[in-house]
Design a protein around this ligand. Sequence first.
Ligand code: UFG
Length: 343
Amino acid sequence: MSQTILLTGGAGFIGSHCALALLEAGHRVVILDNFATSDRSVVAAIRALAQADVPLVEADIRDRCAVAEALRAHGVDAVVHLAALKAVAESVERPLAYYDNNVGGMVSLLAAMDEVGVRQLIYSSSATVYGEPEQLPLREDHPLRATNPYGQTKLVGEQLLADLAAADERWRVVSLRYFNPVGAHPSGLIGENPKDRPNNLMPLLVRAARGRRDGDNEACLSVFGTDYPTPDGSGARDYLHVMDLAAGHCAALSALRADRPPVQAFNLGTGRGTSVLELIATFERVTGHHVPYRLAERRPGDVAELVADPAAARDALGWVARRGVEAMCRDSWQFATRGEAAS
Ligand code: UFG
């Protein structure tokens, strides 16, 4: 059934891919973004790729009146809430900004939704809510705990939704716990914003591969940790193509039904771990570009391995990740080098 979806953070990395997936599935999409960490040109790219008129509301989720007005004006049925700050290290330095945006912003958004009578929400959560894993692969019933302010804000968000749904049976919410989203749209026109200061492995890996081309000696990638209990000693993660992640949001929309539990949480991952060294080797093979790297100390706060058990999303949503690490590397590289002559 076609619905009108308000997509907060719709111009971001995950939001832009979700917008396209939702439009392709026949929904109407309204993007709400404050462009704090995204670019206006992304909205134009979404419109061009979808060949659709995608309304844009330039507003902050903390502006309750603006959000309520957008919900009313566009006749919104459900909200996909992605707008948040997401850098772990920055959250340690600026906890107030994280609580303000991620928790305060969510309270304000939910209050606006309640006021207008829109009580269906998909929430962008994270595998970070599991903290240090006690058992792998991670199932949704693994104990939840945060190990940094960013993770704490994601966990508070999930708890807030549970409290809200317990207080008012009209709410339907699905939390999606993302593992490590990478890759880009196969068009090469949207991807991870290159303006962001990269913190995550794939953008840093791409920068290292490009840096060598550009004569930038600083771009050597550090492989954080060589003595983890993994086959090659480097850390392993469950990398997930952002196109598969976007498809997961479409699948989750269908679970916002009266006959489903009011609060549901699903892992979005592939169920397969890839080490840092494996990812580098695959990237080099797929793109034909060398990645300069050096072996380095473990990064504080990192764990050896994080891998999802994605069975619940498969069983309840009919969702499975289809794209492999090769496609993730190829599409990340294509986006990073768009518009450049092949070399
Ligand atoms: N890594 C390196 N070198 C780098 C950057 C990362 O070796 O320069 C390694 C890390 O040690 C880790 C792996 O690459 O083993 C992935 O690191 P990322 O920073 O890309 O991702 P994380 O798994 O640390 O964190 C991500 C998100 C968080 C989220 C978490 C959930 O960035 O927001 O997944 O599990 F909370």
